[in-house]
Design a protein around this ligand. Structure first.
Ligand code: DAH
Length: 335
């Protein structure tokens, strides 16, 4: 075999082998440049034709054409195969894998406890009422029979928005009692969860922003027995049948008589605690009925207010109220 013929056969054989071996489109393109490019091996073979003896030129020229065609066709074929593979191996989708679950948030522990409290009262026939966080002195104090010289009305104890207009952040949920009674005639049976604000020094058991649940029940012949029975039922539902409840005489301007409720539950006993003060309550003061236009001869009622954080702390065994407001995920993820 003549030397040029041998060279062309080598180009064909090596070119086909290298195309078949090209693992991806980039590798294949490098092979294309090497063999079929403007400075490639096939071009070089054509360029040599004029230097060959005249009688050899037609046969070698024909062979060079054939090699060119074979390699061009092989290139196209390999290119299509690689493109198909690239398409098939695109973004992988394995339908048998379990889905990637989006990170779902959860309710804040105080929201969960509030829901628990409200659900129990709903079973007892209470509706849920709501009122504004920004109040007037009239609703927060006056209509609740709280006198002008009461310490809670001091600017040291209450966040005033406009002291001269008597606009403030409510210090308790009790003003909602007044809103509800202004809008509706007895019988009334509502609970009111909501935020309250006081200029308290913040420590493990006090926060300037905290939450309460207020309760109000007005009907004919409501008595202290109803108040005691309902509170006891509620706390046993919430904290378990071993829970004990104690009423201590106390004073609130808007109730008469007034009590503080102390709790004793197995979880508290386990932590070596005896009685824990949990709520204020009493029989609605007839003076409050006067403010809202209820006939105190016809209607009697009881009211109570309790701190939600404190209940959550008992339920979960938490000893620092600040944890509820720091939004540390290590804390919140536990609920
Ligand atoms: N509002 C009182 C407080 O924040 C709690 C309270 C006591 C509410 C007696 C009442 C009640 O409805 O009858 O300290």
């Amino acid at each position: 075999m003549s030397k040029p013929r041998q060279q062309l056969e080598t180009i064909k054989r090596d070119g086909l082998a290298e195309m078949a071996a090209a693992a991806d489109l980039a590798a294949l393109d490098a092979v294309r440049v090497k063999y079929l490019g403007r400075k490639g091996a096939v071009r070089a073979a054509f360029d040599l034709l004029p230097t060959l003896p005249k009688e050899e030129r037609p046969a070698i020229g024909a062979l060079a054409n054939e090699v060119n065609q074979v390699l061009t066709a092989a290139l196209e074929e390999r290119k299509q195969a690689l493109e198909g593979a690239a398409r098939r191996s695109g973004p992988k989708l394995d339908l048998t894998l379990p889905g990637r679950a989006p990170a779902i948030g959860r309710q804040h522990p105080l929201t969960q406890v509030t829901d628990q409290i409200v659900r129990i009262f709903q079973r007892m026939g209470f509706a849920v009422a709501d009122g504004p966080d920004i109040e007037t002195e009239y609703y927060n104090f006056d209509a609740l029979n709280t006198p002008a010289d009461h310490p809670a009305r001091d600017i040291q104890d209450t966040f005033y928005i406009q002291k001269d207009q008597g606009v403030l952040l409510r210090t308790h949920t009790s003003p909602v009692q007044v809103h509800v009674m202004e809008k509706q005639q007895p019988p009334v049976r509502v609970v009111v969860p909501g935020r309250c604000y006081r200029r308290d020094e913040i420590d493990a058991t006090h926060h300037a922003n905290f939450q309460q649940v207020e309760g109000l029940y007005v009907d004919r012949n409501v008595s202290v027995a109803n108040l005691k029975g309902d509170c006891e039922f509620f706390f046993k539902q919430l904290l378990g049948p071993q829970t004990r409840v104690r009423f201590r005489p106390h004073f609130f301007p808007f109730t008469e008589p007034s009590f503080e409720i102390d709790l004793n539950s197995p979880t508290l006993r386990a932590r070596g605690k005896e009685w824990l003060e949990i709520a204020g309550c009493g029989m609605v003061n007839p003076r409050v009925f006067e403010y809202v236009g209820y006939d105190a001869e016809q209607w009697t009622g009881y009211a109570f207010g309790m701190g939600i954080e404190r209940i959550a702390m008992i339920l979960y065994g938490i000893d620092d109220i600040r944890l509820f407001y720091e939004n540390d995920l290590r804390f919140l993820r536990q609920f």
